[in-house]
Design a protein around this ligand. Structure first.
Ligand SMILES: Cc1cc2nc3c(=O)[nH]c(=O)nc-3n(C[C@H](O)[C@H](O)[C@H](O)COP(=O)(O)O)c2cc1C
Length: 240
């Protein structure tokens, strides 16, 4: 099913009640949904109901993890809190790991002031790389968010619109390129290559990554993708 849509959800980066960045998230989701090759949906952190008495993959939320696992990319729309990213965003991101590997991520920063969350973006980049996501070059910032939209939710600043569109264009290209890579370009590290059959359609999968799972004490996990149905599988191969 090579023509299945590119699944690119939009993750809102805060659980703050009345967050203005949620409006930006809705706008970006609607913009992305206009593209015929893309399937998208808004993920609101608050609706995930993540536990707060534990951390990491131990508190995975099944629907969220499956959505990330089946996605071809991700947009994060997040406010800047004290020059960084919201703790609730990091808490949610940490609940997945192999689900992210070799998938592109585009960022939209949001702030009440003029800087549009630029400092949040810079602080978030190393975290995303650590998760195995591939941050793309272009991003967008929405400063002065209180006046960025009209009453009907229309974005008033054409410059911001162009920057978001540019980011989404690069993201769609990266989603296509990296999906091809995950499904068809082998790690080429083993002879013979590591093998896994797709848990969904049963056909042989492509081994595209070997990640070090620090949460699991540094064990190596092979990550495989299916070129037929888009399924994925992980195989733990022990200490690195
Ligand atoms: C805990 C907290 C810290 C904040 N720190 C910053 C900041 O460092 N820089 C900034 O421009 N705005 C900061 N703001 C204001 C946000 O930019 C403002 O709330 C804006 O509407 C975007 O956040 P929201 O999506 O939560 O509404 C902060 C807001 C909160 C609640």
């Amino acid at each position: 099913m090579a023509d299945r849509p590119y699944r690119i959800p939009v993750l809102c980066g805060t659980v703050r009640k009345g967050a203005r960045s949620a409006e930006v998230g809705r706008w970006v989701t609607a913009r992305l949904a206009e593209h015929p090759t893309v399937s998208t949906q808004l993920i609101e952190l608050g609706s995930l109901g993540l536990a707060t008495d534990d951390e990491g993959t131990a508190i995975k939320q099944r629907e969220f993890s499956e959505l990330i696992d089946q996605s071809d990319g991700l947009v994060i729309v997040s406010p800047e809190y004290n020059h960084g990213y919201p703790a609730s965003l990091k808490h949610a991101l940490d609940t997945n790991y192999t689900e992210y590997v070799h998938k592109p991520v585009g960022l939209v920063g949001v702030s009440a002031g003029p800087f549009g969350g630029a400092r949040m973006i810079e602080n978030l980049l190393p975290v995303l790389r650590g998760l195995g996501l591939v941050p793309i070059q272009r991003d967008a910032t929405v400063g002065n968010v209180a006046t960025a939209f009209d009453q009907a939710g229309a974005l008033l600043d054409n410059g911001i619109r162009r920057r978001i569109d540019g980011m989404l264009t690069e993201l769609r290209w990266m989603a296509a390129a990296l999906r091809y890579g995950r499904q068809s370009v082998s790690t080429q590290t083993e002879a013979p290559p590591a093998k896994a059959d797709c848990p969904e359609c049963g056909l042989p999968m492509n081994h595209h990554a070997s990640v070090i799972d620090e949460e699991a004490g540094g064990a190596t996990t092979n990550v495989h993708a299916c070129s037929i149905c888009g399924g994925s599988a992980t195989v733990s191969v022990g200490p690195s």
